[in-house]
Design a protein around this ligand. Structure first.
Ligand SMILES: [Zn+2]
Length: 269
């Protein structure tokens, strides 16, 4: 608890410092200069992020911050390249994250993920469902906590997909609003899972309390609900209550607290 408290104290101090910077930057002349100078644009972005930060503070159930978050990213020209590296943009306080979507293909030099078959580690739909090694333990913890919370029926339905798998899905998809073309699916990173529930109390995860539990708690284990309802314009993908992306605890917490999609986090929205 001490470490957490210290982290929180540091974060708050950082927020106050950024707020001060924002005040100093408030002039219109500086705003014009900021648009022209990449370094200052990044600073302005960091300051803009502060705005969203301040409005939501510790509210875990974000969503009301869309406008503020959008405002911080609309004039950001550089962030969110192929690797989605944005880490240093906000004064070094935000880790970079891999962004893969319709506009951002899997980087050629990414290499194959270190894959682990999930059988024997978590409830899974069958053998052959693999994910990147780094998220096996967080996934195990998340599904364990879900079971403890009363949702023992959750299991992993899909994980890693090869380029060939994705090609086949794309070629045969009836509704391409739910599928990305080959080279553009998060499933090819090994960092995404589709979850399902054996015992839904409603219909799909979108309507079940287990789905709500996941949406509310996945961030604690480093996952985010990647394609939320109401963010279709940003993600380019229809609401998927089942698709969770591992981004690590730090990024997941920021996205949850500020109501950001990965595109918004990476400044690519
Ligand atoms: Zn998926």
């Amino acid at each position: 608890m001490t470490a957490l408290t210290l982290t929180e104290a540091l974060r708050r101090r950082r927020r106050r410092r950024r707020l001060l910077v924002r005040t100093l930057l408030a002039g219109a002349v500086l705003a014009v200069v900021a648009v022209a100078v990449p370094g200052l644009v990044r600073l302005a972005d960091a300051v803009g992020t502060m705005t969203a930060d301040a409005t939501t503070d510790d509210a875990a159930d974000a969503g009301a911050t869309d406008e503020a978050a959008d405002a911080t990213t609309t004039d950001d020209p550089g962030a969110g390249g192929a690797g989605g590296a944005q880490g240093d943009a906000a004064g070094g306080s935000r880790p970079s994250v891999l962004l893969v979507n319709a506009d951002h293909a899997l980087p050629d030099d990414l290499g194959a993920p270190d894959l682990v078959d999930l059988v024997g580690t978590v409830p899974v739909s069958g053998s052959g469902v693999q994910v990147a090694a780094e998220l096996v333990e967080p996934l195990r913890q998340m599904l364990g906590a879900a079971a403890d919370a009363g949702y023992p029926g959750l299991y992993v339905n899909s994980g890693y997909r090869s380029a060939e798998d994705q090609r086949e899905l794309w070629d045969t998809a009836e509704d391409r609003s739910l599928v990305q073309p080959p080279g553009h699916s998060e499933h090819q990173t090994g960092l995404a899972v589709d979850l399902a529930d054996l015992e839904p109390d409603g219909a799909s995860l979108a309507d079940s309390s287990s789905g709500r539990w996941l949406a509310d708690n996945a961030w604690r284990y480093g996952f985010i609900l990647r394609y939320p309802a109401g963010k279709e314009e940003v993600t380019g993908i229809a609401y998927e209550a089942w698709h969770f992306r591992y981004v690590g605890p730090e990024v997941a917490e920021i996205c949850q607290r500020e109501g950001l999609t990965l595109e918004e986090y990476a400044g690519a929205a």
